[in-house]
Design a protein around this ligand. Structure first.
Ligand SMILES: [Zn+2]
Length: 406
């Protein structure tokens, strides 16, 4: 019965004209091991579609370049283009009933990509139950498949694909000291200003990382000046060469009306998940009130935002992995509790075209942590752990690339 239903749905979704019938939006379930993410269909183009980022929830990697969306699953590679119904699976062309499209900076894949293309593209890696709108992947199977070298694409592939750029020599690390100038950030009971701690720790992180000559390390501000939040990732983007691997870390101290709050947490950019994440986001974004005449604080260019969602999606998983590495490093030295990896839509991370995190080193509103944060030896210890977190990320990247036979 289910097979028949799945077939009917499959057939329907491949019937021209289905597009105009405005189906009710459904919800897909992306299952990776024991984790399930619910993703709602969008029907604004008259056919059901899902944001490309839904694929992240079943273990795929997404990247964007030269007008293409590239989906990688272990050794499998699928290339798609906005406004095209074609999919190139390891060099083999397959057609969907409806085109990929982008709206409000988000790239959408037609639902039949999930029901029809995926089972053909990654047999054994994912299983799709289109009738129940469920896509399943097993992390162990994906990991094992990733260890197998990728097959060579057919020489007769009808579409010429651009060659990847040669790997650049140095990796870019951008360290951002939060607040500055007229914006002091949070203030401790003993008068410690967050902007000063952030800068002291950030300078130390840069000093430590610069000992590694394979890195190009930059600081967004090296003095007590105010830089508009949105300009900070833009500086990082300007510094970065085409294709250069890069990371962006914004350093902050937390504050809470309840002076008993302690501990450290690391955020990556995403929709704020909890009330507490939203509170911290609002606190950090309040810096924008000082920015009216900060240098370069102009309005964002629309074009830059069009693809920002996809670029962000590409980095969401990397950013959350990196945030966890930083938490693990801070745990080794920090007297306070780990408050975990969190998500929020910080303005300073929006527009970052590289993995980006915001670290809250501790609570300046707590007397003990204020004292710790202001102590140069403790700052050095924290900075060493942050620098180690940067190295952890690049080591993990190297391991992944050597496993992929790259
Ligand atoms: Zn801050």
């Amino acid at each position: 019965m289910r097979v028949l239903y799945a077939f009917l749905l499959f057939a329907l979704s491949h019937t021209p004209g289905f597009a105009s019938s405005q189906p009710a939006p459904g919800v897909w379930h992306m299952v990776l091991g024991t984790e399930t993410a619910a993703v709602a269909e969008s029907t604004e183009r008259g056919y059901p579609a899902l944001p490309a980022s839904a694929l992240l929830s079943v273990g795929a990697r997404l990247s964007y370049g030269r007008g293409e969306v590239i989906v990688q699953w272990g050794p499998r590679e699928i290339r798609l283009r906005p406004d095209s119904p074609g999919a190139l699976v390891d060099g083999r062309p397959l057609m969907m009933a409806n085109p990929v499209y982008q709206a409000n900076g988000i790239v959408y894949l037609p639902a039949d990509f999930f029901s029809a293309i995926l089972p053909q593209a990654a047999p054994g890696l994912v299983s799709v139950d289109a009738g129940n709108r469920t896509v399943r992947a097993d992390p162990a199977v994906l990991a094992a498949a990733s260890a197998v070298p990728a097959p060579v694409a057919e020489a007769s592939a009808p579409v010429a694909m651009p060659q990847p750029a040669p790997p650049p020599r140095r990796r870019l690390v951008v360290i951002d000291a939060g607040h500055g100038g007229r914006d002091p950030g949070a203030r401790g009971q003993a008068g410690t200003r967050e902007k000063d701690i952030n800068l002291q720790v950030a300078r130390r992180v840069v000093e430590i990382l610069r000992q590694d000559t394979t890195l190009e390390v930059r600081l967004t501000r090296n003095s007590d000046t105010l830089i508009a939040l949105r300009d900070r990732p833009r500086m990082a983007a300007r510094w970065r060469d085409e294709g250069q691997p890069a990371l962006f870390m914004s350093i902050h101290c937390n504050a809470h009306p309840s002076r008993g709050e302690t501990g450290y947490e690391t955020y990556f950019l995403a929709e704020a998940r909890t009330a507490e994440s939203r509170r911290v986001q609002e606190m950090e974004d309040a810096a924008q009130q000082y920015e009216d005449d900060a240098p370069g604080g102009g309005s964002g260019d629309a074009l830059g935002f069009i693809m920002s969602d996809l670029r962000q999606n590409q980095h969401l998983r990397e950013s959350s992995d990196w945030a966890q590495m930083i938490q693990d490093r801070l745990r080794e030295v920090h007297p306070g509790p780990s408050r975990g990896v969190k998500q929020a839509g910080f303005a300073v991370l929006v527009g970052a075209t590289m993995p980006a995190v915001l670290v809250e080193l501790g609570f300046i509103s707590n007397r003990n942590e204020e004292q710790m944060l202001a102590d140069p030896r403790q700052q050095d210890t924290l900075a060493r752990q942050l620098a180690a977190g940067v190295q952890d990320f690049f080591r993990a990247t190297d391991r992944r690339q050597s496993r992929a036979g790259n």
